[in-house]
Write a protein that binds this ligand. Sequence first.
Ligand code: GAR
Length: 211
Amino acid sequence: MNSDKIKIAVLVSGGGTNLQALIDAQRDGGLRSGEIALVVSSNPGAYAINRAANAGIEAVTVCRKEMGDQFEAQLIRTLEKHQIEMIILAGFMSILSADFISHFTDRIINIHPSLIPSFCGKGMYGLHVHEAALAYGVKVSGATAHYVNEVTDGGKIILQKAVRVRQDDTPESLQKRIMKQAEWDILPRAAEQVAKKLRKEKRGGSRPATE
Ligand code: GAR
């Protein structure tokens, strides 16, 4: 293991299929400028925790319900304890405050299951996004990997991928297809792109790159 790699925490709340895509990319060499050092779940029952365990990655739970107004402070303590340099929100169902984000400016990325700026912002998460897309009647949807800033789903876009909507789609079928065709593809690629940039900055841009 190269200690110069960017230490990444993946924040999750549910099934963790995007976490799995990141783990697979790390195994296959797609994600090589950073290493997933920690998985943090906001939900003690999240299946994502099993995925971390199966991959031999440390996982901790910081439960929003239990921690109340101490949630973000506990999150920051946990991330700092592990010397985390980059955060990936992969199906993380809590909106983080501007104060939290300021601790990790330009170091947090998120995967969102639509083509931002459509079907995003407050209340637009999980199946709700696909319900809204179908209700609107769009013929194309997709996924967006973006930086996280203080505006919900408003940070700079890193990668997007479009997916065709079918006439007989349900929110569930559209969600699955967008995950498979778009999210699991662009999230690891965006993660590598950002980790590579952070690693270069860490090296001061002067030393020759080594893997
Ligand atoms: C994914 O579709 C992700 O894009 C979405 O939740 C799902 C989590 O699935 N995230 C959001 O809606 C955030 N606004 P996963 O736990 O299997 O990765």
